[in-house]
Unconditional design. Sequence first.
Lengths: 513, 489
Amino acid sequence: MSWYSTHILTIIIFLPLLGAVTLACLGRERASAIRWVALLFSLLTFLITVCLYSQLDPGRAGMQFQELRLWMFIPPVNYHLGVDGLSALMILLAGFLTPLSVLVSWKSITVRTKEFFIFLLALETGMMGVFASLDLILFFVFWEVMLIPMYFLIGIWGHERRVYAAIKFVLFTMAGSALMLTGIIYLYNITDTFDLPRIMAHLANFSSLSPIAERWLFLAFFIAFAIKVPVFPFHTWLPDAHVEAPTAGSVILAGVLLKMGTYGMLRFCLPLFPDASREFAPLICVLAIIGIIYGALVAMVQPDLKKLVAYSSVAHLGFCVLGIFVFRPEAIEGSIYQMFSHGVSTGALFMLVGMLYDRRHTRLISEFGGLATPLPVYSTFFLIVVLSSLGLPLLNGFVGEFLIIIGAFHSHAAYAAFASIGVVLAAVYLLWMYQRVFYGEVTNSRNLTLSDCDLREKLILTVMVIVIIAMGVYPQPFLRRMDQSVNSIMLRIERHTVILTDRAPAGHTGGGR
Amino acid sequence: MITLQPLDMMRILPEIVLSVFAVLIMVLEPFVRAGHKKLLGYLALLGVIAAGGASARLTSLLYSWPGMGPAFGGSIAADEFSSFFIGLFMFVAGIVILGSMDYLERDHHQHGEFYALILMGTVGMCFMAASTDLIMIFLGLEISSIATYILAGYRRNDYLCNEASLKYFLLGSFATAFLLYGIAFVYGLTGTTNLLGASVRLAASPQWTPLAHVALILMFVGLAFKLSAAPFQIWAPDVYQGAPAPVTAFMSVGPKAAAFAVLLRVFLGSFTSAGDFSFWILWISAALTMCVGNLGALWQPNIKRLLAYSSIAHAGYVLVGVAAGGQRGISGVLYYLVAYALMNVGAFILIAYLAGADERLVKIDDYRGLASSRPAVAACLTVFFLSLAGFPTTAGFLGKFFIFRAAIHSHLIGLTILALLNSVVSVYYYFRIIVAMYMNDDKKETADAVLPWSVRTVLAICILGIFYLGLMPNDFMGLSTLAAMPLFK
């Protein structure tokens, strides 16, 4: 093991923080230098995450690029990092969206620019840490620390009701994590370690959890993650936070932070508490489907563009949760794929809405109409992103939803049927919105003079569209790297009984999809 | 008959050094010209450092050094436990003295008495932590209380301050009487006030259990007052609000930690035969204290009052650790007390300076827009509040983590969840101040533009300490584990 492979995760985590410190040393009047430094550090981080992801060995089970060091002696807490196909993908997502968020904030953030980029980079450190941690306490530390920069991003640079939205976001997440911390410490008392691989080994070898304890522990973890996702009854913080946040905040929030919930379910809930997961799965699937349909219906009637996108996230994340809890390998792969692709599509949607807001300072659909005439380039990009979000084949959204629905169908046909309603509704609310905003005559004379995308915006959107198309046409590089992770999760769920017969073992999963 | 021996004096060396310096300051006060009164502050600081050195020396050499061990016929124990607390008290006293020099200058208060009283109060606290005899505990408590009663009323021309002092004095005396009554019960039952002797005799005579319970309750009432533990916390908001901010910094940490030392020694170290009973007293009080503190703080418009409620809540978290007991619980409590001292003293000292002359700017509204006008100060205050709220990477988080770990190990899962939910509630009110500083922009009157170097030093120490304890806990966890040992011998 070279120095490089044991430290690359540390570099990925702390490079953005180094950037934040560098920014803190710059004078606040040098706004342009601050932007460039922030972009430089986030791009550098992105490049390293690309290296990480491309060097990930898709054939190897278990964690790669591990780094293990003792952090606390009593109780023993490790600085233990490592990634597999799942977490590396999430790290790639966070690394991809951060430089773009820097770019979308280039002109729209004019007050306290320095602090804004400091918080954005600090947030990236927190996100990377969450996905790379293999020690429960380390995970918890990053999970909580990340709230603070996000709180400030929403609270300082947000819109009218920003203070309310920011504190609501923090309190919801913390209420969940309070339960999770209890669960973590309880787990420690049983297994004598906070180290995830060792806890898994312990639980697999001696089934030392009583069913009741397992049920409670599952709930403690699940509720924390369900709030983050958010799963249906816990979703009320989401529209507020997403709508009030500045564009970059919404992008990161929808793109990465929500995925922490689904990531947590895959990384902790399923492998650690397989029996309880199976037990609660029907309930969770029903909640997920309610989320899909409810999110879509509410999105349909939103007068506010950003709120529409926010509710569409509730629906899309419902798919991810459904995919996880039907316990089918293809559905879990679809769910992971959907996590990434939702990050890209919804991130792009928030960026587009943000660009419109920069020009008109309103997000109300009724203020627009016929925008395709003054903004041809913008509306083309918007159309592609909308189509990707509603799951058009050959674009990224399709792959994930399709796999999830196949898996759901195998598990329970009714799940698939109801989830498909969500797909139809997504087409309805997105296309209807597109039609009202872009087609027809220009209804509001103030929209006639709007300027089309400038070079910076074109650059951002082109990158997004390239990724959208690439992921839709050629998902294989991503899916290949998930196989081992999904396999090991399935192994835990099925408790060592050999996994599904209708699926070739990893490495031969080519062509068919 | 106990005879005085040089060894005994050796074992209370820190207390002696402090008393000498306190007297010295009082004597020298008239000879220092007005305008140079800060010199007395440096002298007091020197005293604290000397006393801290004396106690540090005790710790490092352990039992090979004659300075460790019982003294005065077993009424004082110079052990790791008391050394740990003495170290903490020296730190608090030093920081408060350093942080109040320019405060006293600004508001034209008397210097000499202030430092002398802080030192005397600290002597009392040291005795509380070191006593293994109920009478000595009572004496220590009185010494520290009387000093703090006077300090609480130090802004003589302010009626709120006078109210604070009088309230503190009257209720405090009342509470001490309860403690004394409890001690009388123990003496009546066992014929001794020595903790070891009394607990042995109580354990040997189960027929006295009901009366022993009465004694425990009475003593708990007396201590709970000092801890500001519910339901005896009523005085705290008024007194903390009225007292000068540096004094509040001192008494929200020092006497509280000392009372915890006594609580640990008496309830966990000695009267273990009544374990179950005292456990429930602690459980109920912990649950009540957390809830009362956090709910009370929610809508306070005054920042000192808000922090007063918050310090009640923190006493509740520490009580969770005491209720958990055991080695884990006690070391967690010790760790938490150090973390709490760092963040609370730092916050109060900063507030004292931001309040401006005569402490007029103590409303949360007065902090509006502070982040634009004074970003560094706002950042410091934010660190203190984040630590108080228990966010990771700060001392506050690890303190809570150690305590909750002990609590879950002792199967106090309900209490732990209650504590964690309480800390979520606390985020709301700490963040109200952060909201005012960062998210409201209308400029308001702000106090002196530049912080004196003494305050900058205090802030630097506290913030470095918060991150040190929050990121590299091993040294202090080792120390607090070591300090918990004597209670299990």
